[in-house]
Design a protein around this ligand. Structure first.
Ligand code: ZN
Length: 113
């Protein structure tokens, strides 16, 4: 994983990523990640896909995908606080994507004459 650009606004730091940034769950390219501690993402850090809300983990590998899917066992072994943070991030993503899914459904409707 290579970070090509970092920018901080209102306490949130955005990092632009290069490499195999496909979500292992939905295959969307996740070429950016935001952190709330000002640090760059590191191996073992956790994230949530902004499209499918899947729980991801940074692999820290130089080759191959920069993300792996967080297994149920891995999730269970996290502290309750971390579990709560991931679950609330997932809820945030689902809320954010609701109008998007609605628009997609609307587009597929046949024309009304
Ligand atoms: Zn995804």
């Amino acid at each position: 994983m290579k970070i090509t650009k970092t920018e901080t606004n209102n306490g949130i730091t955005s990092h632009q990523l290069e490499g195999d940034t496909k979500c292992p769950c939905c295959s969307v390219q996740l070429n950016g990640v935001s952190t709330d501690n000002g640090q760059s993402p590191r191996k073992g850090d956790l994230s949530v896909c902004l499209y499918c809300a899947g729980f991801l983990k940074f692999t820290g590998e130089a080759e191959g995908s920069i993300y792996s899917l967080l297994s149920e066992d891995e999730f269970s072994s996290l502290s309750p606080t971390t579990q709560r943070r991931l679950l609330s991030a997932r809820e945030f993503v689902k809320e954010r994507n609701r109008p998007l899914s609605y628009n997609r459904i609307k587009v597929r409707l046949p024309d009304e004459d």
